[in-house]
Design a protein. Structure first.
Length: 259
């Protein structure tokens, strides 16, 4: 296996599931904030989550992110790139039986490891009545209408490197969301003003590139949060570098379709 080629083609969160990312510093204890809505607290604390997933919580603050995104019971949401399924079990638990989670993986990810990634995604959907698994190139993606939210966590920067037409994809997200629906993006930040320059090398992206592209599709920027900011990260290191996993300076951006 050519590791250089692999790290260029595959997203960071997926590499972590293969044991190819940098080691994680000793996990800190994560506590769900006291003001977290009950359905999100239930989801984050669910015993269905693996030890590996829970170990990432201190660096990812899932309760804070999902609360900021205004995830509600009964929501119909889509998740773009579910490899590793970090957020997927929490989304399924939080929306509950009245809600639904649409899981989307690209064909190259689903086919990886003799198709085991795709099999794992389908197995998860089979085990959860409120989840459905899709394998599709994101330029050709087709969402159900009337979605409450679409989540894209740590993958937007990879879209250019796998030949996704982001303008087309973003317009499809916009069309599928109900008025007031949210488009939630979390990603590793590159140097301000750098745009897509570092997306296929150190797996980072300039925040302005995300904002410009998604607002061009008709969205308004609702939230630009620093809850995952790390001022000690100068944004020049590869996100796989030792000590970087869970410690990159990340943007949390929430866009809204006008009501």
């Amino acid at each position: 296996m050519n590791l250089s080629l692999l790290t260029r083609a595959l997203p960071y969160a997926f590499l972590a599931t293969l044991g190819l990312s940098a080691p994680v510093a000793q996990a800190q204890e994560y506590r769900v904030p006291a003001n977290t809505p009950a359905h999100i607290k239930r989801a984050v604390e669910s015993e269905s989550r693996s030890e590996q997933q829970v170990a990432r919580d201190a660096g990812r603050l899932p309760a804070e992110v999902l609360t900021l995104a205004d995830l509600n019971e009964g929501d119909h949401v889509a998740e773009i790139s579910t490899f590793g399924q970090y957020y997927t079990p929490m989304l399924v638990e939080a929306v509950g039986p009245a809600g639904k989670v649409e899981m989307y993986d690209m064909p190259y990810l689903a086919a990886f490891s003799d198709g085991n990634v795709g099999k794992a995604g389908q197995a998860f959907a089979d085990a959860n009545e409120n989840a459905k698994y899709h394998i599709v190139h994101y330029s050709d993606i087709s969402f159900p209408a009337g979605l409450d939210a679409v989540y894209n966590v740590l993958y937007y920067h990879d879209l250019e490197g796998v030949d996704v037409d982001t303008a087309v994809m973003n317009r499809k997200v916009f069309s599928a969301l109900k008025p007031g629906g949210k488009y939630v993006i979390v990603d590793h930040l590159a140097e301000d003003g750098s745009g897509w320059r570092d997306s296929t090398t150190i797996h980072r992206i300039g925040k302005e590139a995300i904002i410009d592209e998604i607002t061009a599709a008709g969205f308004s920027l609702l939230v630009d949060s620093d809850i995952l900011a790390n001022p000690e990260d100068d944004r020049s290191a590869m996100v796989f570098s030792p000590g970087m996993r869970g410690g990159t300076d990340r943007a949390v951006l929430i866009f809204q379709k006008p009501r």
